[in-house]
Design a binder for this molecule. Structure first.
Ligand code: HEM
Length: 153
């Protein structure tokens, strides 16, 4: 798949990721307030959200292999580190997004090990807030004065 197709998928899929994050944060918060026991049924829901994030991780890395900006960055790091766009897409965006999604996978596995226990939603609530912050701060928002990209391609 070429760059122009992948960037459109990656850009639109961002809205699916953001909607999933909004639903997930509400769900975790409600279950945390209810002090619910974390069951296998809850684990399946958590896994579904992580699957949605993993699809963006996959599209992102496919896009990385085709991106001139991201590749260009790695060809002359000492020079390109001073270029905001190149540093963002070649280093910051890819590392922070990958970190956020890998953490989501790790906490999903750890939550599975804690099934049938109380306090798991409190555990998830604290950790997912950090993941959301990592992801939200690494999106090239259209309103960002630093690195912006259109909301819709
Ligand atoms: C939650 C995860 C992610 C979100 C919400 C997200 C969002 C975005 C958005 C909105 C853009 C701009 C698209 C446009 O120009 O229309 C973008 C570009 C890009 N993203 Fe992501 N991204 C995510 C994860 C990743 C990951 C894991 C990688 C892995 C390498 C990645 C690699 C890239 C690359 C290479 C570009 C394009 C750079 C260019 O213009 O050449 N993204 N991303």
């Amino acid at each position: 798949m070429d760059f122009s197709t992948l960037i459109v998928y990656h850009s639109y899929y961002r809205w699916i990721v953001l909607s999933a994050m909004l639903l997930q944060i509400g769900w975790i918060f409600i279950e945390h307030k209810r002090k619910s026991i974390f069951t296998i049924y809850h684990f399946r829901i958590l896994l579904l959200f992580t699957l949605i994030f993993n699809i963006q991780l996959l599209i992102g890395w496919l896009l990385f292999t085709q991106s001139t900006i991201a590749h260009g960055f790695w060809e002359n790091i000492s020079q390109n580190i001073k270029n905001r766009q190149m540093r963002f897409f070649g280093l910051e965006h890819v590392s922070m997004m990958s970190l956020g999604i890998i953490l989501s996978n790790i906490y999903t596995i750890l939550a599975y090990r804690k099934r049938n226990q109380k306090e798991v939603f409190t555990y998830l609530w604290k950790r997912y807030l950090i993941i959301y912050l990592i992801i939200l701060s690494s999106i090239p928002w259209s309103f960002s004065p630093l690195t912006s990209r259109p909301n819709f391609r």
